[in-house]
Write a protein that binds this ligand. Structure first.
Ligand code: ZN
Length: 329
């Protein structure tokens, strides 16, 4: 098996606060012996659980990186028991480019797990997380938002798992994160996801979707910062009181949650995020852009539910997911 070329510039298992990089050799035209330097902070204080916290899995989602940078700049070793590993940008080239996927190899980090030690730069990062960082973690929190093309109700998510004991632990961690919405999440395409890699290893895993549109708001950033601290408190790493507010529980019982369109155009949403829709209601209209005098296509709700996610830009393409519904418990 090929050896992963990534090396940390700081110790991963020493007491104290260490700021450094995961150094990924990357030989290229403008730097023959160059590297990609992925920022990382490790805070450790004695025995205890390890939390692995990541943002920037997709490079155009900002709540996670902001909350992680804020914690990395302030967290003291004496505040914790155990270890916190903070990686604000899982897909660092994508983050620097402001894109969902890496401009170097085109990789969507959340579709290439378990990665490959002798693969492309993104595959090497995935392999390093799969074989070095995930195995030493007890709880894993991976921040997401909608990015440039989706917008979400702010929620923390767990997945429905075959291992019901692990699922219950993930639900408890999700609920401790305490976003305004808590979702038992269905995935369109779970193959190659970091989530799946962590869950298959038996790790307690929390994901989020905290907004979108390629930016972050004061409200969604506050949710991320509070949720991050709450997750560490829940794990027994921070010794503080959980900060809890009301959450609303959502589930996604079938693939009827997802509403795709066959033809592109200009989208006119008829409902806003959080609105309740009944089966048969018009969620959106998609207008053809090449002609006047033609009617729009209607996107019809296939089930009752809350509008939980929507396409963000005003133009949609063939095959786009325009709207996602979820059922309030
Ligand atoms: Zn994402």
């Amino acid at each position: 098996m090929a050896k992963n070329p990534i090396s940390p510039t700081i110790p991963l298992d020493q007491d104290g606060v260490y700021h450094g990089h995961l150094k990924l050799p990357y030989s290229r035209d403008d730097s023959a012996w160059g590297s990609i330097m992925i920022p990382i902070t490790v805070v450790q204080n004695g025995e205890g659980p390890t939390a692995l916290i990541t943002g920037g899995n997709h490079g155009d989602e900002y709540e996670g990186p902001i909350a992680i940078l804020d914690m990395a700049a302030t967290l003291q070793a004496t505040e914790i028991k155990g270890r916190v590993i903070l990686v604000p940008y899982l897909n660092y080239p994508a983050f620097l480019a402001g894109k969902r996927t890496s401009p170097i190899d085109g990789a969507n980090m959340n579709r290439i797990f378990p990665g490959q030690a002798d693969g492309t730069p993104s595959q090497k990062v995935a392999d390093y997380f799969q074989n070095t960082l995930l195995p030493i973690a007890d709880i894993v929190l991976d921040f997401h938002s909608g990015g440039r093309t989706l917008d979400f109700l702010p929620f923390a998510a767990s997945h429905v798992l075959d291992d019901k004991s692990l699922e219950a632990k993930c639900v408890a961690a999700r609920d401790a994160f305490n976003a305004p919405f808590s979702v038992a999440m269905r995935e369109i395409d779970a193959v190659g996801m970091y989530d799946t890699a962590a869950e298959d290893m038996g790790k307690v895993f929390i994901s989020t979707e905290l907004g979108g549109g390629g930016t972050a708001t004061p409200q969604t950033i506050a949710i991320a910062k509070k949720g991050l601290r709450n997750a560490l408190i829940h794990a027994g790493i921070l010794d503080e009181q959980l900060s809890m507010a009301k959450t609303r529980y959502l589930s996604q019982p079938s693939d009827d949650c997802f509403h795709f369109i066959a033809d592109g155009g200009m989208v006119e949403f008829c409902a806003a995020l959080g609105d309740h829709l009944a089966k048969g209601d018009v969620i959106a209209r998609v207008w053809p852009t090449g002609h006047t005098g033609r009617t729009s296509q209607e996107v019809i709700a296939k089930m009752d539910g809350l509008l939980t996610a929507r396409h963000h830009p005003g133009l949609v393409q063939s095959g786009d997911c325009v709207a996602v519904l979820a059922v309030e418990e």
